[in-house]
Design a protein around this ligand. Structure first.
Ligand code: BMA
Length: 814
């Protein structure tokens, strides 16, 4: 068996032009022609529009496939294309092997009869997706008239990441190329296919049920044999049995609930006289499903792992780049580490993007991130003709087979927001009833059946949000999952989150501006104004800059410059999401998940993300580390009454020692009580309630309340604070912040008076602190240190000067 990835010695040209340019795989028209200086960087200034026009071209790539005499002896040869984006004809030695039109699929072309010994010319002709969607003539009576905000109409006809045609956070840059790889395979009689690994559980043991496909040959002497290795690499089984029991399995748990031990299963195909073929799968031993028990409110919706119902804490993942070949292992690792940093235990792979590479699933296995995996359909109407049906079923099959064995896979979902759209969105309801019927066929028949066939143990959910499908009130808050956008799109105050008790909130979000360093990367000095053309172009939701200012005005004073506007926009975003999450965690049991919109960006832009395109954490991301912590305190204030809560998402009871204090802004203690409580595992409890009315009378703008608490063996200390008026009315004084480096090479920030929302940003490199966005609530310093994630830069000697300090007092003119 020969299996070779082809990635060098390729070249590319614009169709019809003579000049060739070097091309590497993965690669695309945009990656190459930006690098070659033929087109400008689309992320800089307003260049995206020029680059979009460039993508009206067709392109050709060519490469050489060398086949040795020994390889040529093989009976079968195949070219396998992973991630061809999107419309293309594929040739070997000028013989057309086929036409492809789905970037989400893998295509296998048998090609022995066209291949010769020595050099073979492999070529791919790409056709412009932009031209395709513009020239597509819809079937009569089935016209599609709707596209998402910022998205080009017609993209629903093409199986290409929808957001490549623009979204309300992304530019319209429908690139083309190969973002996966091309493999050359040569084999004899038969080829080893994929193995489905099922797990049958009893109390004490798990039995692996293995079934493997063989393609190509019918040789009855072919034999499949398996090897199972435990997490330490010791062999547990070697032989031909297809039912393999593992005693005392080491359980795989999501992040925060236990370890992620990984076993491996090797499948080998032995054919007499041939070299054995082998595939290895990394698996985790766990039972993972979604529990939908009926209860007093309706029906719960909770990931259940090894019998434990967990509260899902995470965000919605979108493609990391408009240049898909640039979404490398390093980028995905950065993402998953950022998720772990912020105490996520889950991510939702949102349906308007792409299916990430295997690396992503492997990283999520390793770090314990449960995936809510959408199929790639979002906010759309699809014309379900026979060719489309065949195409999407094959797409589902390819991807289900690819990720079904991963322990991180928690759920597969049909689409984003389409069920609810058919019932509630005016633009959607305008379409022909036959298209609405097709919705059911697509998601509740074809794709549901594909899951049942290729990933039979994975929970399937028809849409997000949904109450279970069949247009049965998908917006019902008492069943299934919910998307909530009245805060932000509906411009309601973020206190509204508290009026809702969703069973699982899989989308809710709030925008902010990206880091000033990020803005500097795509603007010239004269563009650095929120309402400049360039800034508005890097904001794809038309009303959003206005909303940022509106929400800001509710809480903060008018900022004195762009830098401070950026900072405050991020703080407001963080605070809004925090208030939603804390409320839902306080209602654990009724609500079992909060997945905020959105985790990341695909270019430098103002958006709902908590981490910007360059991987820079916004205030929200730092705040998520606190509000998503397994043990997290929160203060629920209503007028002058404060309720102090602890949420314990660990599987052990948690012993809390705390202190609740009312202070003046210059740190004078007005009231203090000690608390000591045990919080049950997997629950939330209010540990203290107090009405501060009489204590704050006449000075509500000059006091703050705080809860300090310690827990765990290391007596980790954390705090929460709250004020009784909007921060803009607080009589803040200059805290005269001092940043120093102590003997342990840690940073220490000291303030003379209350300094809410301090945030430190490294002026040079992008460094991640173990804590950021915090208040200085006492005369003693707040101590911070650099995080040493595997990815983070090694700390050089800390230098206080290299940190820019943001704080509320200095955001406005005095
Ligand atoms: C959600 C998402 C996206 C969109 C976001 C913000 O509904 O599914 O469609 O980007 O809202 O508007």
């Amino acid at each position: 068996m020969v299996k070779r990835v082809m990635n060098d010695q390729f070249r590319i040209r614009i169709a019809g032009k003579d000049q060739w340019y070097p091309f590497s795989i993965p690669g695309s028209a945009m990656t190459t022609f930006v690098e070659q200086g033929v087109i400008p960087d689309p992320f800089d200034g307003m260049n995206e529009y020029e680059v979009k026009e460039f993508l009206r071209n067709d392109f050709e790539i060519e490469g050489i496939l060398k086949v040795t005499p020994e390889e040529y002896q093989n009976q079968n040869m195949e070219l396998v294309f992973h991630g061809v984006d999107t419309l293309a004809d594929i040739y070997i030695n000028d013989k057309k092997l086929g036409h492809v039109e789905n970037m989400h699929r893998s295509y296998v072309f048998p090609c022995k009869e066209w291949i010769k010994e020595g050099e073979n010319k492999l070529s791919v002709k790409f056709f412009s997706a932009l031209e395709f969607i513009e020239s597509r003539k819809p079937a009569k009576g089935r016209e599609i008239t709707m596209a998402n905000t910022g998205t080009l109409l017609g993209e629903q006809y093409l199986r290409k990441a929808h957001c490549m045609f623009g979204w309300d956070w992304g530019p319209q840059l429908p690139d083309c190329g190969i973002y996966g790889n091309i493999e050359f395979c040569a084999y004899g009689e038969a080829k080893l296919g994929e193995t489905l690994i099922r797990q049958a559980w009893t109390k004490e043991q798990v039995t692996l049920l293995l079934s493997t496909e063989i393609s190509g040959g019918t040789d009855t002497k072919a034999e499949i044999c398996y090897r199972v290795l435990d997490p330490a690499g010791a062999c547990l089984y070697h032989g031909t049995k297809t039912e393999i029991s593992i005693e005392k399995p080491e359980l795989w748990w999501p992040n925060g609930y236990g370890k992620q031990p990984l076993y491996s299963v090797e499948a080998m195909l032995n054919i007499p006289g041939e070299e054995p073929q082998k595939k290895t799968y990394t698996i985790g031993l766990r039972r993972l499903t979604v529990s939908q028990e009926e209860d007093q409110w309706g029906k719960e919706f909770a990931f259940m792992v090894n019998g434990v119902k967990i509260f899902a804490r995470g965000a919605d993942y979108i493609p990391d780049d408009c240049f898909y070949p640039k979404i490398t292992h390093e980028v995905l690792k950065r993402d998953v580490e950022a998720a772990v940093y912020a105490n996520f235990n889950s991510l939702r792979v949102w349906g308007g993007g792409y299916y990430p590479s295997d690396d992503f699933y492997e990283l999520c296995d390793k770090y314990g991130i449960i995936l809510w995996q959408d199929f790639m359909y979002a906010c759309n109407v699809y014309d379900l003709d026979d060719a489309f049906i065949e195409n999407i079923v094959e797409e589902a099959k390819d991807n289900l087979i690819r990720f079904r064995n991963h322990p991180c896979l928690g759920l597969i979902c049909g689409n984003n927001e389409m069920e609810v759209a058919w019932l509630e969105w005016k633009d959607m309801k305008d379409h022909a009833p036959s298209l609405k019927k097709d919705y059911l066929l697509q998601f509740e028949y074809y794709l549901a059946n594909a899951v049942a066939e290729y990933a039979p143990d994975v929970f399937y959910w028809p849409s997000s949000p949904s109450s279970g499908g069949s247009f049965d009130d998908p917006g019902d808050e008492n069943r299934g999952d919910s998307h909530y956008w009245d805060v932000w799109h509906g411009q309601k105050p973020y206190t509204e989150y508290r009026k809702h008790f969703f069973r699982f909130c899989s989308e809710f979000g709030f925008q902010s501006l990206p880091s000033i360093k990020t803005i500097e990367a795509f603007t010239k000095e004269e563009d650095r104004n929120l309402f400049s053309r360039v800034m508005e172009s890097h904001q794809k939701n038309p009303a959003a800059n206005g909303k940022i200012l509106y929400y800001l005005s509710e809480t903060f004073r008018y900022p004195k410059n762009l830098e401070n506007l950026v900072f405050l926009s991020q703080v407001i975003q963080g605070y809004a999401i925090k208030s939603g999450v804390e409320h839902w965690r306080r209602n654990r049991g009724r609500c079992m998940g909060s997945i905020y919109w959105q985790f990341n960006d695909n270019w430098p832009v103002a958006s709902w993300s908590s981490m910007d395109y360059y991987g820079r954490y916004k205030a929200l991301h730092y705040m998520a580390r606190e509000f998503y912590a397994p043990v997290a305190g929160s203060i629920e204030r209503e007028g002058t009454v404060c309720r102090f809560w602890i949420s314990n998402e660990t599987t052990e009871p948690c012993q809390i020692k705390g202190r609740i204090t009312l202070k003046t802004l210059d740190f004078e203690v007005l009231d203090q009580i000690q608390v000591s409580e045990t919080i049950d595992s997997l629950s939330a409890a209010c540990i203290f309630t107090k009405d501060y009315q009489s204590l704050i009378e006449g000075r509500d703008d000059s006091v703050f309340v705080m809860m300090e608490y310690q827990y765990g063996e290391e007596q980790q200390g954390r705090e929460e604070w709250e004020v009784f008026v909007p921060v803009k009315y607080l009589k803040l004084e200059d805290p005269e912040l001092q940043l120093t480096v102590n003997a342990e090479n840690q940073l220490e920030l000291t303030a003379k008076s209350f300094a809410p929302y301090c945030m430190l940003e490294d002026k040079k490199a992008d460094r991640i602190l173990n804590k950021n966005v915090f208040a200085v609530t006492a005369a003693s310093p707040v101590t911070l240190e650099l995080c040493k994630t595997e990815n983070a830069l090694e700390p050089d000697a800390m230098d206080a000067q290299q940190w820019k300090i943001y704080d509320v007092y200095h955001t406005y003119e005095q």
